[in-house]
Ligand binder design. Structure first.
Ligand code: PEP
Length: 243
C-alpha cells in the first residue's frame, strides 16, 4: 500500500541553470505520468524561474534547505518565508550532504522543520545511515534516532514527508536492495503509526528509470527523492512512467 499521490522529487543540488529549466518545461508532459506528483528542487536562485517555467505544468517547486530563523544576522541563509515568497511549496531538510558538510544536527533539522511548516512549506526530512552504521548493524537504531530527533513534537499528519536515504547509496550508482529498502521503510512506517503522524516515506539513493518499477512496488515506499537522474528531463519523466 502507498500514500497517494506517489511523490517524485528531484534534488538538483548545486546543478542546473535557466537552460535546463527550459528543457524540462519543453520536454516534460504537462500532466505527470501515473498520477504521480512531480517536484523539482533547484538551487534557490532558480526557484522563481522554475515556477515560471512550470506555470502550465503540474510540477511543484521546492528549496534544498532553509533557516530555522525568519530574518536577521544570518549571512548566506534563506528563511522559509523567503522560499514561499519565491514560489516554493516544498523544502528538503537535513540532506546527508548538509549533515556531513555543514554539521547540521537532527535538532536543527527539527527546528527548521517547524519553521518551514509554519511558513506554509512541506518539508522533506532526510534521514539515513552511513556505511559504517550498517556494517555495525546499527542502521535501524540510527534511522529511528534520527527520525525521533529530526521531527518536531508538534508535527501533524500530512505536514511533511520523510526521505530514507542511506548515505552509502547516494550518488553511488547502486541503490539499496529491495530487502534493505523494505526493512527500513517498515521501521519508519511503524514509528509514524505509533506517533499517529502518517507521512509519506520516500526512498532516495541512486534511483534510476530502470530501478523505479521494482523500488516503487515495495510496501511503504510512497515516493522517491532523486539526485543524479533528476537532471535529465527524460530520465526524470521515465521514472514517473515506470512506477
Ligand atoms: C540525493 O542526493 O538526494 C540522491 C538521492 O542522489 P542520487 O539519486 O544521485 O543518489
Amino acid at each position: 500500500t502507498h500514500i497517494e499521490p506517489f511523490l517524485i522529487i528531484g534534488n538538483w543540488k548545486m546543478n542546473g541553470d535557466r537552460e535546463l529549466l527550459q528543457r524540462f518545461s519543453n520536454d516534460i508532459e504537462v500532466t505527470a505520468p501515473n498520477g504521480c506528483k512531480q517536484i523539482i528542487c533547484p538551487p534557490s536562485v532558480l526557484v522563481t524561474t522554475a515556477c515560471d517555467a512550470f506555470a502550465d505544468h503540474s510540477i511543484d517547486v521546492g528549496g534544498q534547505d532553509c533557516s530555522q530563523h525568519l530574518s536577521g544576522a544570518f549571512t548566506g541563509d534563506l528563511s522559509p518565508n523567503m522560499l514561499v515568497e519565491a514560489g516554493a511549496r516544498w523544502v528538503i531538510l537535513g540532506h546527508s550532504e548538509r549533515r556531513s558538510s555543514y554539521s547540521e544536527t537532527s535538532e536543527e533539522v527539527a527546528e527548521k522543520t517547524a519553521a518551514a511548516i509554519k511558513a506554509g512549506l512541506t518539508p522533506i526530512i532526510c534521514i539515513g545511515e552511513s556505511a559504517t552504521d550498517r556494517e555495525a548493524s546499527m542502521h535501524l537504531e540510527v534511522i529511528v534516532d534520527q527520525l525521533e530527533a529530526s521531527t518536531p513534537e508538534t508535527l501533524q499528519a500530512g505536514e511533511a514527508a520523510i526521505a530514507y536515504e542511506p548515505v552509502w547509496a547516494i550518488g553511488s550508482g547502486v541503490s539499496a536492495s529491495e530487502d534493505q529498502v523494505r526493512e527500513a521503510h517498515d521501521v519508519i512506517a511503524k514509528w509514524l503509526i505509533q506517533r499517529r503522524v502518517p507521512l509519506p516515506v520516500l526512498y532516495g539513493g541512486s534511483v534510476k528509470a530502470t530501478s523505479a518499477a521494482s523500488l516503487s512496488a515495495i510496501q511503504n515506499v510512497d515516493g522517491f527523492l532523486i539526485g543524479g537522474a533528476s537532471l535529465d528531463p527524460e530520465s526524470f519523466n521515465t521514472i514517473g512512467a515506470n512506477v
